[in-house]
Design a binder for this molecule. Structure first.
Ligand SMILES: *[C@@H]1O[C@H](CO)[C@@H](O)[C@H](O)[C@H]1NC(C)=O
Length: 520
């Protein structure tokens, strides 16, 4: 009894000491991995004593008292998630992967989120106030409007590797001669054609934004956000005033795998923050399987979005048959029962991924290469085989291959043989595991853990009312000024005018002297 009292006393003291702020967290994307990143963020904020309002499509069952969730699971209805299944990606037309399609989809999702009754209630209620908004940036700047409504600082959280599109919101785009786009399949150093291609990507996307998508975003912003700001008695900001107003950019990446490029002072790496300090143990049954795997374990999971059950039938069969020929124990995250399993293959309809990755008998992780999975494999020091399917997975896998802890296999109907070769290579050649351990050391060798860093900077922004001292002076300098194109034009004009004047003066002098000669 005494002990319990003491515990609550300590909790109350802790809460009183840490100043509680009201934070609005905006993570509306109906995708489990993005939800995991939002949940991880919320967990750290709650532990730091803050009061959190969390816009999420994955509502909690037992939310703690300092957490209020705003359920936006209706977003599942408007995201064409079925185009994201493995089979349809293998068979679908290319336009579904095009950047224009994806950007438009993200804008629409955010517009829809703001219009949802559950969210609108909070936005229109004059009693609602926040000290900070933290929003995931996923190819649209519309969420900046939340901070404008509540007249408070904004922090962007980038769920992917830091890249030029998001950096231009707080500083400037990176140079395409030595940095790549988030959907790229190149890693620097770039050759002539690759760097030309990267430049083309930036030009193309900027052009798309300029002629089309910025207009779509701005209209949505004016239509949805302006009335809300007016209602609170303030003058509505322009879309640009709102979207370039972020105090900080937190990126779910770390230098263990990210490119080592110059970054602005208000960019902070927090990659790995979603991983718990203590790994939740796996079931006794699974532990027994892994403990007894004399030749090591191959773990195969395509994540939560791409379900193995949606694979084409012939691919499933050929993979299963191939796994049966391995000496290793195979754990396959697969959402259905399967018949005629080889004795070394075990099906898991749900996989405690972090526990599996931390098991000493794990030999290789076969993954789609999403950033959460690649971060987790670096965290636990496990080599991977990447089968990239979508978005940044190609880049993550290419980087992992370049770093030396991965093999890449392309998704296809006939990939079983290639995958078998890759498994044999990664499990028999020690260098993959050694490299993974090396990167894992780099990943953990930081002054503080990523979760501590995250909380520190969030508090810093709140306590300095938006951390204006961290903002980059480059943000509001237009491109032509950075390149001194205005000076160049000025100098050219000066030169031309100068030349003209000299010419005129010379002619004047000449004609004068001619006139003098005539009078003589
Ligand atoms: C810009 O950020 C500051 C805090 O950093 C905030 O007070 C202000 O309301 C923001 N303005 C807009 C238009 O979002």
């Amino acid at each position: 009894m005494e002990k319990i009292k003491m515990f609550w006393l300590a909790v109350c003291l802790m809460l009183a000491c840490a100043e509680a702020s009201k934070i609005l967290v905006v993570f509306p994307l109906p995708s489990r991995s993005h939800g995991n990143l939002g949940d991880g963020l919320v967990k750290h904020l709650l532990n730091a004593g803050h009061e959190v309002t969390y816009i999420t499509p994955f509502p909690y069952k037992n939310a703690p008292p300092t957490l209020r969730t705003i359920d936006v699971s209706k977003n599942f209805d408007i995201m064409p998630m079925d185009i994201m299944s493995i089979k349809s990606i293998m068979d679908s037309p290319m336009f579904l992967h095009s950047i224009g399609f994806m950007l438009y989809m993200m804008i629409d999702l955010n517009r829809h989120t703001i219009q949802l009754e559950e969210v609108n209630k909070v936005l229109t209620d004059p009693k609602e106030e926040f000290d900070l908004v933290i929003a995931e940036w996923m190819f649209t700047d519309i969420p900046a409007g939340f901070a404008s409504v509540f007249d408070c600082p904004l922090i962007w959280l980038s769920s992917v590797e830091v890249h030029w599109m998001i950096l231009q919101l707080v500083d400037q785009p990176t140079n395409p001669a030595y940095t790549v786009d988030i959907m790229s399949t190149y890693t620097p150093p770039l050759n002539f054609w690759q760097s030309a291609n990267e430049l083309w990507t930036q030009v193309k996307i900027n052009f798309l934004q300029y002629v089309w998508l910025d207009g779509v975003q701005e209209r949505a912003f004016n239509e949805l956000i302006h009335p809300l700001v007016l209602k609170r008695g303030r003058k509505p900001p322009t879309f640009d005033e709102s979207r370039y107003n972020a105090s900080l950019l937190l990126s779910n990446a770390y230098i263990s795998t990210a490119a080592s490029v110059a970054l602005p002072q208000n960019h902070k790496f927090i990659g790995g923050y979603h991983i718990d300090d203590e790994v939740k143990p796996m079931s006794a049954e699974l532990k027994k399987i892994m403990d007894n795997a004399k030749h090591g374990v191959v773990y195969f999971s395509m994540g939560s979005n791409f379900k193995s059950k949606d694979m084409p039938e012939e691919l499933k069969k050929s993979l299963l048959q191939m796994f049966g020929t391995l000496k290793q124990t195979v754990l396959w995250k697969f959402e259905e029962k399967m018949d005629n399993l080889p004795s070394n293959v075990h099906i898991l309809d749900w996989a405690p991924q972090q526990a599996i990755l931390s098991h000493p008998n794990l030999a290789v992780f076969i993954t789609h290469g999403g950033l959460l999975s690649t971060t987790e494999s670096v965290h636990f020091g496990v080599p991977i085989i990447g089968i990239p399917v979508f978005a940044d997975q190609f880049l993550n896998v290419v980087k992992a291959v370049n770093k030396g802890f991965a093999q890449r296999v392309d998704l296809s109907y006939t990939m079983a043989d290639k995958l078998r070769e890759a498994i044999i290579e990664v499990t028999s050649n020690k260098r993959y595991a050694e490299k993974a351990k090396e990167l894992s050391f780099i990943h953990h060798d930081r002054p503080v853990k990523p979760g501590v860093e995250l909380v520190h900077w969030v508090n810093h922004v709140i306590n300095t009312r938006g951390a204006p001292h961290l903002r980059s002076p480059a943000l509001h300098v237009p491109f032509y000024q950075k390149m001194y194109l205005d000076l160049a034009v000025f100098l050219v004009i000066l030169l031309l005018v100068g030349r003209l004047l000299v010419k005129k003066a010379y002619r004047a002098v000449l004609s004068k002297s001619k006139a003098k000669k005539k009078t003589h």
